[in-house]
Design a protein around this ligand. Structure first.
Ligand SMILES: NC(=O)c1ccc[n+]([C@@H]2O[C@H](COP(=O)([O-])OP(=O)(O)OC[C@H]3O[C@@H](n4cnc5c(N)ncnc54)[C@H](OP(=O)(O)O)[C@@H]3O)[C@@H](O)[C@H]2O)c1
Length: 500
């Protein structure tokens, strides 16, 4: 990777959970890999009278920090970190931040790029961005001193609020300076989806409804909401994961090949496919969507009548000639049996048409299928399930798997997603960030589902903690004559230790 231009990274919310678990470890990793530019500086914003040494202590106490064993790097990070004490909702305290940025630039002897990371509650965005847009903080001259803004989700709570947020920000800074973080997109395994699809004619030529019958996207977590009631209640699985990460994954799995791999071309194709994804028709919402809650959620949150879904499943379609008739199933949930994120593309004799004929002839001949699984996490890799002749005199076939597992890739060193986010923010590469149009397209897909779920007679199912999810989600997919795949297969499972 190339070296970066000198930058001041300003982290609003440096004492928060995101900073502790992700941003500080990411900075540690970038410094360890020698990827931070020579005169790089960090300015943390807090209202707690925090000192740089408190922040470094926080890093050392984090899960990643406990594994880090390099006092030199922590010492270096402490030296390049300064803290500005300010209350974000009080306009006059921004002068202190402006002074600190000027002081650092005076020390460097020239203007520096500024990267503002908003790791703060979304309710503070309007105030903070309004103040940041003022001249003394919002210095921007292409190639000389560029200011960019890294924004965390949620990008609105519905289509209307997302539209407002996007237009307010664009008015202040312009879309090209806004970097909306979807850290899933920065995962190595997700970046590989396009390379894998478009570099392999074996799959690329068959990537359509003539060969593919359906696609399944699964993101299950084994943990529950872990005490984050204030964040999760009212948010739910649909807004938290489907609206952002999972529709982005589906878009990467189904978009057309971009003309080039430049950011603008990739976003153009992604926006096109997202605009073509359709939610179920209003009258089919009960058959084609499922919302559910894990059994202990209400007790855990103390909200006895909560309707917040911790599980969501939905059947979508794509209105293009390539994907006509191919159902796209997305499901996600918390407190499930295992933690898995993956996309499974199902190649079937007869492609999409096989689904209708399979239902018509339920007792008919067995339909041949190959499952291609792109495993995002854990046990990252790609696996193809095939049938081969069982060795021996028998004519029977048996299932086998061809796989590529990242853990076996020589020299493979996984760049953590947040390190990638910070790195790309510093170099101004927007490829792995969500555009405003992508965010709005995702809301257009999810909002009709959320509206249907608001209806008082819409069912909320319950599932046992540690189970594979609600039966209703199995029934949703079984109506098409198929079943979820993840529950019965393994990808890149680490080998068991052998005792010789
Ligand atoms: N945590 C995650 O894994 C995660 C994942 C994706 C997105 N996000 C998003 O990232 C953002 C931050 O999340 P978080 O989990 O880190 O939240 P958090 O733990 O509640 O931290 C929020 C930070 O905001 C600061 N803050 C709050 N009110 C302030 C005020 N009036 N003036 C100055 N500072 C204020 C706090 O700083 P002081 O108390 O030091 O002043 C604190 O450091 C949120 O928008 C969240 O939705 C978080």
């Amino acid at each position: 990777m190339k070296k970066l231009k000198n930058t001041i990274l300003v982290i609003f919310g440096i004492t928060g959970d995101l900073s502790k678990r992700k941003l500080l470890p990411a900075l540690y990793n970038l410094e360890r890999a020698g990827l931070l530019p020579e005169g790089f500086r960090i300015v943390g914003v807090s209202r707690k009278g925090t000192e740089p040494r408190d922040i470094i202590r926080m890093l050392k106490q984090s899960e990643a920090g406990k594994q880090a064993d390099c006092p030199d790097i922590c010492e270096k990070l402490e030296k390049i970190l300064s803290i500005v004490d300010m209350k974000l909702d009080e306009g006059d305290t921004y002068a202190g931040l402006s002074r600190e940025l000027s002081r650092i630039e005076a020390e460097a002897g020239r203007p520096l790029n500024r990267l503002f990371y908003l790791a703060i509650p979304a309710s503070l965005f309007p105030k903070v961005t309004e103040r940041l847009a003022e001249a003394d903080l919002n210095m921007h001259e292409n190639g000389i001193c560029e200011s960019r803004y890294l924004i965390e989700k949620p990008f609105g709570a519905d289509l209307a609020s997302a539209k407002k947020l996007i237009s307010d920000l664009n008015e202040r800074f312009g879309e090209e300076r806004i970097f909306r973080i979807d850290h899933y997109l920065a995962k190595e395994t997700v970046q590989n989806i396009l390379s894998f699809r478009f570099s392999n004619p074996l799959f690329n030529g068959a990537w359509n409804n003539r060969h593919i019958s359906h696609i399944m996207v699964t993101a299950s977590e084994s943990i529950g909401i872990e005490g984050r009631t204030a964040f999760y209640e009212g948010m739910g699985a649909m807004r938290d994961l489907v609206q952002s990460h999972l529709l982005q994954l589906l878009a990467l799995a189904t978009m057309e090949k971009p003309k080039t791999m430049e950011a603008a071309e990739i976003h153009r194709e992604k926006e096109k496919i997202l605009a073509a994804i359709r939610p179920p028709e209003p009258e089919r919402m009960k058959e084609e969507t499922v919302r559910a809650q894990y059994r202990t959620y209400r007790k855990e949150t103390g909200i006895a009548d909560s309707l917040t879904e911790t599980y969501a499943a939905v059947r979508l379609s794509i209105d293009t000639p390539e994907w006509k008739g191919v159902p796209m199933f997305i499901r996600t949930g918390k407190a499930l049996k295992e933690k898995v994120t993956e996309i499974t593309v199902v190649f079937t004799e007869g492609g999409a048409e096989s689904l209708t004929s399979a239902r018509a002839d339920a007792a008919g001949a067995e339909i041949k299928r190959n499952y291609l699984t792109l495993r995002i996490q854990p046990n990252e890799g790609i696996a193809v399930d095939l049938d081969i002749k069982k060795p021996g005199l028998d004519e029977a076939t048996q299932a086998v798997q061809l796989d590529f597992c990242y853990r076996d890739a020589p020299g493979f060193e996984q760049i953590d997603a947040y390190a990638r986010v910070l790195y790309d923010g510093m170099r101004g590469d927007r490829t792995l960030f969500a555009t405003g149009d992508e965010v709005l397209a995702c809301w257009r897909i999810t909002e009709p589902v959320l509206r249907a779920w608001d209806s008082p007679d819409f069912p909320l199912h319950f599932y046992d903690n540690g189970s594979a999810g609600p039966e209703a989600a199995d029934e949703l997919i079984q109506k098409t004559g198929i079943a979820w795949f993840t529950d019965s297969h393994q990808v890149c499972t680490p080998p068991k230790p052998s005792f010789r």
